[in-house]
Design a protein around this ligand. Sequence first.
Ligand code: FAD
Ligand code: SF4
Ligand code: SF4
Ligand code: SF4
Length: 557
Amino acid sequence: MALKLDDMTQVLQETTRRGVGSRRWQKPVYRHFLPPCNHACPAGEDIQGWLALAQAGEYEKAWRALVANNPMPAIHGRACYHPCEGGCNRGELDSPVAIHAVERFLGDLAAETGWQVSVAPATGKKILVVGAGPAGLSCAWHLARMGHQVEIRDAAEQPGGMMMYGIPAYRLPRDPMNKDIARITGLPGVTLRCGQRVDDVVRAKQEGGFDAVFVGVGAQLANRLNIPAMDGRKMTDAISMLGAVSRGGRPALGRVVAVVGGGNVAMDAARTARRLGATDTVIIFRYDPQHMEALPAEAAEAVAEGAKVRWLSVVDHFGADGLVVEKVTMNPDGSVTPTGETERLAADAVVLAVGQHSDLGLLADAVGVKVQKDGTVAVDAELMTGQAGIFAGGDCIGGARTMTTATGHGKLAARAIDAWLAGGTYEHPASHPLVRFDMLHLPDYRDAPRSVQAERPVAKRMGFDEVDAGLDARHARYEAQRCLSCGNCFECDNCYAACPEQAITRLGPGQGYAVSMDLCTGCATCFEQCPCHAIEMEPEPAGQDSAPAPSGFKVRA
Ligand SMILES: Cc1cc2nc3c(=O)[nH]c(=O)nc-3n(C[C@H](O)[C@H](O)[C@H](O)COP(=O)(O)OP(=O)(O)OC[C@H]3O[C@@H](n4cnc5c(N)ncnc54)[C@H](O)[C@@H]3O)c2cc1C
Ligand code: SF4
Ligand code: SF4
Ligand code: SF4
Protein backbone atom coordinates (compact mmCIF):
# COMPACT_ATOMS: atom_id res chain seq x y z
CA MET A 1 0.00 0.00 0.00
CA ALA A 2 1.41 3.39 -0.99
CA LEU A 3 1.46 6.17 1.58
CA LYS A 4 0.12 9.57 0.69
CA LEU A 5 2.88 11.94 1.87
CA ASP A 6 0.51 14.83 2.51
CA ASP A 7 -1.51 12.76 4.99
CA MET A 8 0.51 11.76 8.15
CA THR A 9 -2.42 10.28 10.05
CA GLN A 10 -1.30 6.68 9.66
CA VAL A 11 2.32 7.44 10.66
CA LEU A 12 1.05 9.12 13.78
CA GLN A 13 -1.19 6.19 14.60
CA GLU A 14 1.65 3.67 14.09
CA THR A 15 4.14 5.52 16.29
CA THR A 16 1.84 6.46 19.13
CA ARG A 17 0.61 2.92 19.69
CA ARG A 18 0.98 1.68 23.28
CA GLY A 19 4.56 0.56 23.98
CA VAL A 20 6.11 2.17 20.94
CA GLY A 21 8.90 4.72 21.34
CA SER A 22 10.99 5.54 24.42
CA ARG A 23 9.25 4.72 27.64
CA ARG A 24 10.23 4.80 31.33
CA TRP A 25 10.61 1.27 32.68
CA GLN A 26 11.84 2.12 36.20
CA LYS A 27 11.30 4.92 38.66
CA PRO A 28 13.13 6.21 41.74
CA VAL A 29 11.56 5.63 45.14
CA TYR A 30 12.85 7.15 48.38
CA ARG A 31 13.24 4.47 51.04
CA HIS A 32 14.43 3.89 54.61
CA PHE A 33 16.89 1.08 55.30
CA LEU A 34 18.19 -0.43 58.51
CA PRO A 35 21.82 0.58 59.16
CA PRO A 36 23.96 -2.32 60.38
CA CYS A 37 24.96 -0.42 63.54
CA ASN A 38 21.32 -0.18 64.66
CA HIS A 39 20.82 -3.82 63.76
CA ALA A 40 23.79 -4.90 65.91
CA CYS A 41 22.97 -2.89 69.06
CA PRO A 42 21.39 -5.30 71.58
CA ALA A 43 19.68 -2.37 73.30
CA GLY A 44 17.95 -1.52 70.01
CA GLU A 45 19.26 2.03 69.77
CA ASP A 46 18.57 4.17 66.71
CA ILE A 47 22.26 4.97 66.53
CA GLN A 48 22.09 6.63 63.16
CA GLY A 49 19.25 8.85 64.34
CA TRP A 50 21.09 10.17 67.39
CA LEU A 51 24.42 10.43 65.55
CA ALA A 52 22.69 12.65 62.97
CA LEU A 53 21.54 14.97 65.75
CA ALA A 54 24.99 14.95 67.37
CA GLN A 55 26.52 15.80 63.98
CA ALA A 56 24.42 18.93 63.98
CA GLY A 57 25.51 19.79 67.52
CA GLU A 58 21.97 19.07 68.79
CA TYR A 59 23.28 17.19 71.83
CA GLU A 60 20.21 17.32 74.01
CA LYS A 61 17.99 16.04 71.19
CA ALA A 62 20.58 13.34 70.47
CA TRP A 63 20.56 12.26 74.12
CA ARG A 64 16.75 12.19 74.16
CA ALA A 65 16.70 10.03 71.04
CA LEU A 66 19.27 7.74 72.66
CA VAL A 67 17.50 7.30 76.01
CA ALA A 68 14.24 6.55 74.22
CA ASN A 69 15.81 3.10 73.86
CA ASN A 70 18.65 2.90 76.37
CA PRO A 71 18.51 4.86 79.63
CA MET A 72 22.19 4.26 80.51
CA PRO A 73 24.40 5.99 77.92
CA ALA A 74 27.22 6.94 80.31
CA ILE A 75 27.42 3.28 81.35
CA HIS A 76 27.15 1.78 77.87
CA GLY A 77 29.48 4.37 76.38
CA ARG A 78 32.12 2.94 78.73
CA ALA A 79 31.51 -0.75 79.28
CA CYS A 80 29.35 -1.98 76.40
CA TYR A 81 31.38 -4.29 74.18
CA HIS A 82 29.99 -2.13 71.33
CA PRO A 83 28.97 -4.76 68.78
CA CYS A 84 27.45 -1.82 66.85
CA GLU A 85 30.95 -0.88 65.73
CA GLY A 86 31.67 -4.38 64.47
CA GLY A 87 28.76 -3.90 62.07
CA CYS A 88 29.50 -0.29 61.10
CA ASN A 89 29.81 0.19 57.32
CA ARG A 90 32.47 2.84 57.79
CA GLY A 91 34.75 0.00 58.90
CA GLU A 92 34.95 -1.07 55.23
CA LEU A 93 36.21 2.37 54.29
CA ASP A 94 38.75 3.08 57.04
CA SER A 95 37.59 2.32 60.58
CA PRO A 96 34.18 2.15 62.29
CA VAL A 97 32.60 5.21 63.84
CA ALA A 98 33.52 5.24 67.56
CA ILE A 99 29.84 5.05 68.47
CA HIS A 100 30.48 4.16 72.10
CA ALA A 101 32.65 7.24 72.59
CA VAL A 102 29.94 9.59 71.30
CA GLU A 103 27.40 7.75 73.45
CA ARG A 104 29.61 8.26 76.50
CA PHE A 105 29.99 11.95 75.66
CA LEU A 106 26.20 12.39 75.51
CA GLY A 107 25.70 10.42 78.74
CA ASP A 108 28.26 12.50 80.62
CA LEU A 109 26.88 15.75 79.21
CA ALA A 110 23.39 14.78 80.38
CA ALA A 111 24.69 14.21 83.90
CA GLU A 112 26.56 17.51 83.83
CA THR A 113 23.58 19.51 82.58
CA GLY A 114 20.90 17.59 84.52
CA TRP A 115 18.67 16.66 81.57
CA GLN A 116 15.56 14.79 82.67
CA VAL A 117 12.67 13.15 80.85
CA SER A 118 8.92 13.28 81.28
CA VAL A 119 6.57 10.37 81.94
CA ALA A 120 3.07 9.66 80.64
CA PRO A 121 0.03 10.25 82.88
CA ALA A 122 -0.42 7.56 85.55
CA THR A 123 -2.16 4.41 84.31
CA GLY A 124 -2.96 3.07 87.78
CA LYS A 125 -1.08 -0.18 87.03
CA LYS A 126 1.61 -1.43 89.42
CA ILE A 127 4.55 -3.60 88.41
CA LEU A 128 7.13 -5.33 90.60
CA VAL A 129 10.65 -5.48 89.16
CA VAL A 130 12.89 -8.02 90.92
CA GLY A 131 16.54 -7.10 90.45
CA ALA A 132 18.12 -3.69 89.89
CA GLY A 133 20.66 -4.85 87.32
CA PRO A 134 20.56 -3.43 83.79
CA ALA A 135 17.57 -5.64 82.85
CA GLY A 136 15.45 -4.48 85.80
CA LEU A 137 16.53 -0.85 85.56
CA SER A 138 15.80 -0.69 81.85
CA CYS A 139 12.41 -2.34 82.34
CA ALA A 140 11.57 0.12 85.14
CA TRP A 141 12.58 3.11 82.98
CA HIS A 142 10.36 2.15 80.06
CA LEU A 143 7.41 1.13 82.24
CA ALA A 144 7.58 4.39 84.20
CA ARG A 145 7.75 6.42 81.00
CA MET A 146 4.53 4.72 79.90
CA GLY A 147 2.90 5.94 83.13
CA HIS A 148 3.03 2.71 85.15
CA GLN A 149 3.97 2.59 88.82
CA VAL A 150 7.10 0.47 89.41
CA GLU A 151 8.63 -0.96 92.56
CA ILE A 152 12.17 -2.32 92.17
CA ARG A 153 13.40 -4.71 94.85
CA ASP A 154 17.01 -5.81 95.02
CA ALA A 155 18.76 -8.09 97.47
CA ALA A 156 22.00 -6.09 97.32
CA GLU A 157 22.75 -2.91 99.22
CA GLN A 158 23.15 -0.84 96.03
CA PRO A 159 21.41 -0.97 92.63
CA GLY A 160 23.30 -1.87 89.45
CA GLY A 161 23.68 -5.66 89.68
CA MET A 162 26.85 -6.86 87.99
CA MET A 163 27.56 -3.35 86.74
CA MET A 164 28.03 -2.38 90.38
CA TYR A 165 29.48 -5.59 91.83
CA GLY A 166 31.19 -7.17 88.81
CA ILE A 167 32.56 -4.72 86.26
CA PRO A 168 35.69 -3.15 87.78
CA ALA A 169 35.75 0.60 88.39
CA TYR A 170 38.77 1.15 86.12
CA ARG A 171 36.42 0.29 83.21
CA LEU A 172 33.19 1.62 84.71
CA PRO A 173 33.71 4.30 87.38
CA ARG A 174 30.89 4.42 89.91
CA ASP A 175 30.14 8.14 89.70
CA PRO A 176 28.84 8.26 86.09
CA MET A 177 27.21 4.87 86.59
CA ASN A 178 25.33 6.04 89.67
CA LYS A 179 24.13 9.14 87.84
CA ASP A 180 22.60 7.07 85.03
CA ILE A 181 20.94 4.82 87.62
CA ALA A 182 19.70 7.72 89.77
CA ARG A 183 17.89 9.21 86.76
CA ILE A 184 16.00 5.92 86.37
CA THR A 185 15.16 5.38 90.02
CA GLY A 186 14.24 9.06 90.39
CA LEU A 187 11.52 8.92 87.71
CA PRO A 188 8.02 9.72 88.97
CA GLY A 189 6.30 6.45 89.86
CA VAL A 190 9.52 4.47 90.53
CA THR A 191 10.39 3.19 94.02
CA LEU A 192 13.69 1.43 94.71
CA ARG A 193 14.03 -0.90 97.69
CA CYS A 194 17.53 -2.24 98.20
CA GLY A 195 18.46 -4.97 100.68
CA GLN A 196 15.13 -6.69 99.92
CA ARG A 197 15.49 -10.21 98.59
CA VAL A 198 12.35 -11.65 96.99
CA ASP A 199 12.08 -15.30 98.01
CA ASP A 200 8.73 -16.13 96.45
CA VAL A 201 7.69 -14.12 93.44
CA VAL A 202 4.03 -15.21 93.45
CA ARG A 203 3.60 -14.30 97.11
CA ALA A 204 5.33 -10.95 96.58
CA LYS A 205 3.01 -10.23 93.64
CA GLN A 206 -0.13 -11.09 95.59
CA GLU A 207 0.85 -9.36 98.82
CA GLY A 208 1.95 -6.21 97.02
CA GLY A 209 -1.12 -6.10 94.75
CA PHE A 210 1.05 -5.96 91.63
CA ASP A 211 -0.50 -6.34 88.18
CA ALA A 212 2.65 -7.90 86.68
CA VAL A 213 6.21 -8.86 87.62
CA PHE A 214 9.52 -8.63 85.79
CA VAL A 215 12.22 -10.99 87.05
CA GLY A 216 15.74 -9.77 86.30
CA VAL A 217 17.78 -11.61 88.91
CA GLY A 218 20.83 -12.17 86.72
CA ALA A 219 23.30 -15.04 86.99
CA GLN A 220 24.97 -14.13 90.23
CA LEU A 221 26.31 -17.48 91.40
CA ALA A 222 29.82 -18.48 90.31
CA ASN A 223 30.32 -21.91 88.75
CA ARG A 224 32.84 -24.08 90.57
CA LEU A 225 35.35 -26.62 89.29
CA ASN A 226 36.25 -29.74 91.16
CA ILE A 227 39.85 -28.73 91.85
CA PRO A 228 41.42 -30.33 94.90
CA ALA A 229 42.87 -27.55 97.09
CA MET A 230 45.06 -28.78 99.92
CA ASP A 231 47.01 -27.24 102.78
CA GLY A 232 44.69 -24.23 103.12
CA ARG A 233 45.68 -22.79 99.74
CA LYS A 234 43.68 -19.70 98.76
CA MET A 235 41.04 -20.51 96.19
CA THR A 236 38.27 -18.05 95.34
CA ASP A 237 36.05 -17.16 92.42
CA ALA A 238 36.07 -14.02 90.30
CA ILE A 239 32.52 -12.99 91.28
CA SER A 240 33.32 -13.03 95.02
CA MET A 241 36.67 -11.33 94.49
CA LEU A 242 35.34 -8.56 92.22
CA GLY A 243 32.28 -8.10 94.46
CA ALA A 244 34.52 -7.66 97.50
CA VAL A 245 36.64 -5.10 95.66
CA SER A 246 33.52 -3.19 94.55
CA ARG A 247 32.41 -3.04 98.19
CA GLY A 248 35.71 -1.40 99.08
CA GLY A 249 37.58 -4.55 100.18
CA ARG A 250 41.12 -5.34 99.08
CA PRO A 251 41.42 -9.16 99.25
CA ALA A 252 45.02 -10.31 99.84
CA LEU A 253 45.77 -12.70 97.00
CA GLY A 254 49.56 -12.76 97.21
CA ARG A 255 52.21 -12.07 94.61
CA VAL A 256 51.47 -14.81 92.08
CA VAL A 257 47.82 -15.24 91.11
CA ALA A 258 46.46 -17.83 88.71
CA VAL A 259 43.12 -17.16 87.04
CA VAL A 260 41.29 -20.15 85.60
CA GLY A 261 39.13 -19.38 82.55
CA GLY A 262 39.44 -17.52 79.27
CA GLY A 263 36.40 -15.23 79.11
CA ASN A 264 35.99 -11.51 79.71
CA VAL A 265 35.45 -12.07 83.44
CA ALA A 266 38.81 -13.89 83.64
CA MET A 267 40.47 -10.85 82.05
CA ASP A 268 38.85 -8.57 84.66
CA ALA A 269 39.99 -10.93 87.42
CA ALA A 270 43.58 -10.89 86.15
CA ARG A 271 43.66 -7.11 85.80
CA THR A 272 42.12 -6.67 89.25
CA ALA A 273 44.61 -9.11 90.84
CA ARG A 274 47.42 -6.94 89.54
CA ARG A 275 45.80 -3.88 91.11
CA LEU A 276 45.57 -5.80 94.38
CA GLY A 277 49.33 -6.27 94.40
CA ALA A 278 50.04 -9.39 92.33
CA THR A 279 53.32 -9.14 90.46
CA ASP A 280 52.55 -12.16 88.29
CA THR A 281 49.14 -13.10 86.92
CA VAL A 282 48.77 -16.28 84.91
CA ILE A 283 45.60 -17.16 83.03
CA ILE A 284 45.08 -20.92 82.76
CA PHE A 285 42.95 -21.65 79.71
CA ARG A 286 42.00 -25.01 78.27
CA TYR A 287 41.84 -23.94 74.61
CA ASP A 288 44.36 -22.51 72.13
CA PRO A 289 44.64 -18.80 71.15
CA GLN A 290 42.27 -19.26 68.20
CA HIS A 291 39.52 -20.26 70.64
CA MET A 292 39.99 -17.50 73.19
CA GLU A 293 36.58 -16.73 74.70
CA ALA A 294 37.36 -13.16 75.77
CA LEU A 295 36.94 -10.39 73.23
CA PRO A 296 40.27 -9.53 71.61
CA ALA A 297 40.26 -6.01 73.09
CA GLU A 298 39.65 -7.33 76.63
CA ALA A 299 42.38 -9.96 76.28
CA ALA A 300 44.79 -7.40 74.81
CA GLU A 301 44.32 -5.11 77.81
CA ALA A 302 44.99 -7.95 80.25
CA VAL A 303 48.14 -8.94 78.36
CA ALA A 304 49.26 -5.29 78.14
CA GLU A 305 48.97 -5.18 81.93
CA GLY A 306 51.27 -8.15 82.26
CA ALA A 307 48.97 -11.19 82.34
CA LYS A 308 50.48 -14.31 80.79
CA VAL A 309 48.35 -17.07 79.32
CA ARG A 310 49.01 -20.81 79.69
CA TRP A 311 47.15 -22.16 76.65
CA LEU A 312 45.79 -25.70 76.42
CA SER A 313 46.11 -26.20 80.16
CA VAL A 314 43.81 -27.34 82.98
CA VAL A 315 44.36 -27.33 86.73
CA ASP A 316 45.17 -30.69 88.30
CA HIS A 317 45.46 -29.61 91.92
CA PHE A 318 46.53 -26.77 94.16
CA GLY A 319 48.55 -27.72 97.23
CA ALA A 320 51.80 -27.30 99.13
CA ASP A 321 53.70 -28.04 95.93
CA GLY A 322 51.99 -25.08 94.22
CA LEU A 323 49.55 -25.14 91.36
CA VAL A 324 49.90 -28.17 89.14
CA VAL A 325 48.53 -27.73 85.62
CA GLU A 326 48.21 -30.40 82.99
CA LYS A 327 48.58 -29.91 79.24
CA VAL A 328 45.59 -30.96 77.13
CA THR A 329 44.74 -31.30 73.46
CA MET A 330 41.56 -29.90 71.95
CA ASN A 331 38.95 -32.07 70.30
CA PRO A 332 36.67 -30.87 67.49
CA ASP A 333 33.59 -31.08 69.77
CA GLY A 334 35.10 -28.58 72.25
CA SER A 335 36.17 -31.19 74.79
CA VAL A 336 39.81 -31.59 75.81
CA THR A 337 41.99 -34.66 76.35
CA PRO A 338 44.63 -34.65 79.12
CA THR A 339 48.14 -35.47 77.92
CA GLY A 340 49.62 -36.50 81.29
CA GLU A 341 52.27 -33.78 80.92
CA THR A 342 52.18 -31.58 84.04
CA GLU A 343 53.81 -28.35 85.11
CA ARG A 344 54.19 -26.77 88.56
CA LEU A 345 53.49 -23.05 89.08
CA ALA A 346 54.32 -21.22 92.30
CA ALA A 347 50.87 -19.62 92.74
CA ASP A 348 49.73 -17.95 95.97
CA ALA A 349 46.04 -17.90 95.01
CA VAL A 350 43.74 -19.34 92.37
CA VAL A 351 40.74 -17.38 91.09
CA LEU A 352 38.06 -19.33 89.20
CA ALA A 353 36.35 -17.49 86.35
CA VAL A 354 34.43 -20.30 84.69
CA GLY A 355 30.94 -18.86 84.29
CA GLN A 356 27.89 -18.15 86.42
CA HIS A 357 24.40 -19.45 86.97
CA SER A 358 21.17 -18.07 88.43
CA ASP A 359 19.56 -18.54 91.82
CA LEU A 360 15.94 -19.11 90.77
CA GLY A 361 14.56 -20.15 94.16
CA LEU A 362 12.04 -17.29 93.98
CA LEU A 363 10.31 -19.06 91.08
CA ALA A 364 10.12 -22.51 92.73
CA ASP A 365 6.41 -22.14 93.60
CA ALA A 366 5.39 -20.24 90.48
CA VAL A 367 3.04 -22.65 88.70
CA GLY A 368 3.76 -22.86 84.98
CA VAL A 369 7.19 -21.20 85.14
CA LYS A 370 9.73 -23.55 83.61
CA VAL A 371 13.43 -23.62 84.42
CA GLN A 372 15.34 -25.21 81.55
CA LYS A 373 18.09 -27.83 81.75
CA ASP A 374 20.78 -25.16 81.45
CA GLY A 375 19.37 -23.37 84.51
CA THR A 376 17.73 -20.49 82.63
CA VAL A 377 14.09 -19.36 82.81
CA ALA A 378 11.99 -20.32 79.77
CA VAL A 379 10.23 -17.33 78.19
CA ASP A 380 8.26 -16.74 74.99
CA ALA A 381 9.03 -14.15 72.29
CA GLU A 382 7.50 -11.42 74.51
CA LEU A 383 9.63 -12.56 77.47
CA MET A 384 6.62 -13.90 79.38
CA THR A 385 7.23 -17.04 81.45
CA GLY A 386 4.76 -19.92 81.60
CA GLN A 387 2.69 -17.98 84.16
CA ALA A 388 0.65 -15.10 82.76
CA GLY A 389 1.86 -11.78 84.12
CA ILE A 390 5.34 -12.97 85.13
CA PHE A 391 8.02 -11.85 82.70
CA ALA A 392 11.79 -12.41 82.83
CA GLY A 393 14.90 -11.09 81.09
CA GLY A 394 18.62 -10.45 81.33
CA ASP A 395 21.20 -13.04 82.34
CA CYS A 396 18.60 -15.30 83.98
CA ILE A 397 17.11 -16.20 80.59
CA GLY A 398 20.52 -16.96 79.04
CA GLY A 399 21.73 -15.67 75.67
CA ALA A 400 24.63 -13.27 75.23
CA ARG A 401 24.76 -12.34 78.93
CA THR A 402 25.95 -8.77 78.51
CA MET A 403 24.56 -5.68 80.17
CA THR A 404 23.47 -4.38 76.75
CA THR A 405 21.47 -7.53 76.01
CA ALA A 406 19.93 -7.24 79.48
CA THR A 407 19.06 -3.59 78.76
CA GLY A 408 17.39 -4.65 75.51
CA HIS A 409 15.44 -7.37 77.33
CA GLY A 410 14.24 -4.81 79.88
CA LYS A 411 12.87 -2.61 77.11
CA LEU A 412 11.16 -5.46 75.29
CA ALA A 413 9.65 -6.76 78.53
CA ALA A 414 8.29 -3.30 79.39
CA ARG A 415 6.58 -3.07 76.00
CA ALA A 416 5.23 -6.60 76.35
CA ILE A 417 3.97 -5.93 79.89
CA ASP A 418 2.30 -2.72 78.74
CA ALA A 419 0.54 -4.56 75.90
CA TRP A 420 -0.42 -7.46 78.18
CA LEU A 421 -1.89 -5.10 80.78
CA ALA A 422 -4.03 -3.62 78.01
CA GLY A 423 -5.27 -7.11 77.11
CA GLY A 424 -3.15 -7.49 73.98
CA THR A 425 0.17 -8.84 72.76
CA TYR A 426 3.17 -6.72 71.84
CA GLU A 427 3.69 -6.69 68.07
CA HIS A 428 7.31 -6.23 67.01
CA PRO A 429 7.33 -3.54 64.31
CA ALA A 430 8.59 -4.84 60.96
CA SER A 431 12.17 -3.72 60.41
CA HIS A 432 13.48 -2.08 57.27
CA PRO A 433 15.83 -4.10 55.05
CA LEU A 434 19.50 -3.98 56.01
CA VAL A 435 21.82 -1.73 54.00
CA ARG A 436 25.20 -3.27 53.22
CA PHE A 437 28.39 -1.40 52.42
CA ASP A 438 28.28 -2.46 48.76
CA MET A 439 24.89 -0.74 48.42
CA LEU A 440 26.38 2.68 49.21
CA HIS A 441 27.65 4.95 46.44
CA LEU A 442 30.81 6.54 47.75
CA PRO A 443 32.98 7.65 44.85
CA ASP A 444 34.19 10.51 47.03
CA TYR A 445 34.44 10.65 50.76
CA ARG A 446 36.43 12.70 53.18
CA ASP A 447 39.41 11.07 54.86
CA ALA A 448 38.48 11.09 58.50
CA PRO A 449 40.52 8.92 60.84
CA ARG A 450 38.72 7.56 63.90
CA SER A 451 39.11 9.56 67.11
CA VAL A 452 41.34 7.88 69.64
CA GLN A 453 40.45 8.01 73.33
CA ALA A 454 43.42 8.80 75.53
CA GLU A 455 44.46 5.91 77.80
CA ARG A 456 46.10 5.89 81.20
CA PRO A 457 49.61 4.48 80.61
CA VAL A 458 50.03 0.88 81.81
CA ALA A 459 52.71 1.92 84.32
CA LYS A 460 50.18 4.25 85.99
CA ARG A 461 47.37 1.72 86.25
CA MET A 462 48.03 0.61 89.80
CA GLY A 463 44.72 1.75 91.27
CA PHE A 464 41.11 1.60 90.12
CA ASP A 465 41.04 4.96 88.32
CA GLU A 466 39.42 4.90 84.89
CA VAL A 467 41.74 3.74 82.11
CA ASP A 468 40.03 5.36 79.09
CA ALA A 469 39.36 9.09 78.85
CA GLY A 470 36.29 10.45 77.05
CA LEU A 471 36.10 12.66 73.96
CA ASP A 472 35.60 16.40 74.28
CA ALA A 473 32.74 18.12 72.43
CA ARG A 474 34.85 18.91 69.37
CA HIS A 475 36.03 15.34 68.92
CA ALA A 476 32.63 13.85 69.74
CA ARG A 477 31.01 15.97 67.05
CA TYR A 478 33.75 15.15 64.55
CA GLU A 479 33.29 11.46 65.32
CA ALA A 480 29.53 11.71 64.80
CA GLN A 481 30.22 13.41 61.47
CA ARG A 482 32.14 10.33 60.31
CA CYS A 483 28.80 8.50 60.10
CA LEU A 484 27.75 7.75 56.51
CA SER A 485 24.02 7.78 57.33
CA CYS A 486 23.70 4.34 55.76
CA GLY A 487 20.31 3.75 54.18
CA ASN A 488 18.62 6.99 55.28
CA CYS A 489 18.54 10.37 53.58
CA PHE A 490 20.57 13.10 55.22
CA GLU A 491 19.47 15.81 52.78
CA CYS A 492 22.75 16.22 50.93
CA ASP A 493 20.81 17.42 47.84
CA ASN A 494 22.90 15.22 45.51
CA CYS A 495 19.83 13.67 43.90
CA TYR A 496 18.13 17.03 43.59
CA ALA A 497 21.19 18.62 41.97
CA ALA A 498 22.04 15.67 39.73
CA CYS A 499 18.67 15.02 38.09
CA PRO A 500 19.09 15.99 34.39
CA GLU A 501 15.32 16.49 34.03
CA GLN A 502 14.98 18.65 37.16
CA ALA A 503 12.27 16.25 38.23
CA ILE A 504 13.13 16.42 41.94
CA THR A 505 11.72 19.02 44.31
CA ARG A 506 12.92 19.79 47.83
CA LEU A 507 10.06 19.69 50.32
CA GLY A 508 11.94 21.59 53.03
CA PRO A 509 14.16 20.67 55.99
CA GLY A 510 13.15 17.31 57.44
CA GLN A 511 10.42 16.90 54.81
CA GLY A 512 12.39 15.05 52.15
CA TYR A 513 12.00 15.25 48.37
CA ALA A 514 9.36 14.57 45.73
CA VAL A 515 9.88 13.30 42.19
CA SER A 516 7.63 14.49 39.40
CA MET A 517 6.80 11.43 37.36
CA ASP A 518 5.81 13.73 34.49
CA LEU A 519 9.45 14.74 34.15
CA CYS A 520 11.36 11.68 35.39
CA THR A 521 12.77 9.48 32.60
CA GLY A 522 13.93 6.72 34.99
CA CYS A 523 17.59 7.35 34.12
CA ALA A 524 18.69 6.43 37.71
CA THR A 525 21.12 9.34 38.04
CA CYS A 526 19.60 10.21 41.42
CA PHE A 527 20.02 6.62 42.58
CA GLU A 528 23.66 6.57 41.48
CA GLN A 529 24.34 9.90 43.13
CA CYS A 530 22.81 9.01 46.49
CA PRO A 531 25.78 8.24 48.75
CA CYS A 532 23.79 6.42 51.41
CA HIS A 533 21.35 4.33 49.33
CA ALA A 534 18.18 6.11 50.35
CA ILE A 535 16.78 5.78 46.81
CA GLU A 536 15.92 2.59 45.00
CA MET A 537 14.91 2.12 41.38
CA GLU A 538 11.66 0.21 41.12
CA PRO A 539 10.43 -1.34 37.88
CA GLU A 540 7.29 0.21 36.44
CA PRO A 541 4.40 -2.22 36.45
CA ALA A 542 4.60 -4.31 33.25
CA GLY A 543 2.17 -3.52 30.44
CA GLN A 544 1.02 -0.17 31.82
CA ASP A 545 1.63 3.35 30.75
CA SER A 546 3.96 5.30 33.00
CA ALA A 547 1.14 7.13 34.64
CA PRO A 548 2.36 10.24 36.43
CA ALA A 549 2.44 9.41 40.14
CA PRO A 550 3.94 11.63 42.84
CA SER A 551 6.60 9.95 44.95
CA GLY A 552 7.37 11.77 48.17
CA PHE A 553 8.81 10.76 51.51
CA LYS A 554 9.75 12.21 54.83
CA VAL A 555 13.26 12.15 56.27
CA ARG A 556 13.49 9.60 59.12
CA ALA A 557 9.74 9.08 59.16
C1 FAD B 1 33.14 -9.26 86.08
C2 FAD B 1 32.11 -9.00 85.05
C3 FAD B 1 32.37 -8.08 84.06
C4 FAD B 1 31.44 -7.83 83.08
N1 FAD B 1 31.73 -6.90 82.15
C5 FAD B 1 30.80 -6.58 81.22
C6 FAD B 1 31.05 -5.56 80.28
O1 FAD B 1 32.10 -4.93 80.27
N2 FAD B 1 30.10 -5.30 79.36
C7 FAD B 1 28.91 -5.98 79.34
O2 FAD B 1 28.07 -5.68 78.48
N3 FAD B 1 28.64 -6.94 80.22
C8 FAD B 1 29.55 -7.26 81.17
N4 FAD B 1 29.29 -8.23 82.09
C9 FAD B 1 27.99 -8.92 82.04
C10 FAD B 1 26.89 -8.05 82.62
O3 FAD B 1 27.32 -7.45 83.80
C11 FAD B 1 25.63 -8.86 82.85
O4 FAD B 1 25.30 -9.52 81.65
C12 FAD B 1 24.47 -7.97 83.27
O5 FAD B 1 24.77 -7.24 84.42
C13 FAD B 1 23.22 -8.81 83.50
O6 FAD B 1 22.20 -7.97 83.88
P1 FAD B 1 20.94 -8.51 84.72
O7 FAD B 1 20.12 -7.32 85.02
O8 FAD B 1 20.32 -9.64 84.01
O9 FAD B 1 21.54 -9.14 86.05
P2 FAD B 1 22.52 -8.58 87.14
O10 FAD B 1 23.31 -7.46 86.66
O11 FAD B 1 23.24 -9.76 87.65
O12 FAD B 1 21.54 -8.03 88.26
C14 FAD B 1 20.68 -8.88 88.96
C15 FAD B 1 20.22 -8.18 90.22
O13 FAD B 1 19.21 -8.98 90.83
C16 FAD B 1 19.40 -8.98 92.23
N5 FAD B 1 18.77 -10.20 92.74
C17 FAD B 1 19.12 -11.47 92.49
N6 FAD B 1 18.26 -12.31 93.10
C18 FAD B 1 17.36 -11.54 93.75
C19 FAD B 1 16.21 -11.82 94.55
N7 FAD B 1 15.80 -13.06 94.78
N8 FAD B 1 15.53 -10.78 95.07
C20 FAD B 1 15.91 -9.49 94.83
N9 FAD B 1 16.99 -9.19 94.07
C21 FAD B 1 17.68 -10.20 93.54
C22 FAD B 1 20.89 -8.92 92.40
O14 FAD B 1 21.24 -8.40 93.66
C23 FAD B 1 21.31 -8.01 91.25
O15 FAD B 1 21.37 -6.67 91.66
C24 FAD B 1 30.20 -8.52 83.08
C25 FAD B 1 29.93 -9.46 84.07
C26 FAD B 1 30.86 -9.70 85.05
C27 FAD B 1 30.57 -10.70 86.10
S1 SF4 C 1 24.75 0.26 73.67
FE1 SF4 C 1 26.61 -0.69 72.90
S2 SF4 C 1 26.00 -1.62 70.99
FE2 SF4 C 1 24.43 -0.09 71.50
S3 SF4 C 1 25.12 1.83 70.56
FE3 SF4 C 1 25.93 1.82 72.60
S4 SF4 C 1 28.00 1.00 72.39
FE4 SF4 C 1 26.88 0.43 70.57
S1 SF4 D 1 28.42 4.68 59.08
FE1 SF4 D 1 26.89 5.47 60.52
S2 SF4 D 1 24.92 4.62 59.86
FE2 SF4 D 1 26.54 3.49 58.80
S3 SF4 D 1 26.84 1.71 60.09
FE3 SF4 D 1 28.36 3.24 60.76
S4 SF4 D 1 27.39 4.39 62.40
FE4 SF4 D 1 25.80 3.23 61.34
S1 SF4 E 1 21.13 11.91 47.35
FE1 SF4 E 1 21.23 13.00 49.29
S2 SF4 E 1 19.31 14.14 49.36
FE2 SF4 E 1 19.05 12.58 47.80
S3 SF4 E 1 18.13 10.84 48.90
FE3 SF4 E 1 20.33 10.53 48.93
S4 SF4 E 1 20.98 11.43 50.86
FE4 SF4 E 1 18.96 12.23 50.42
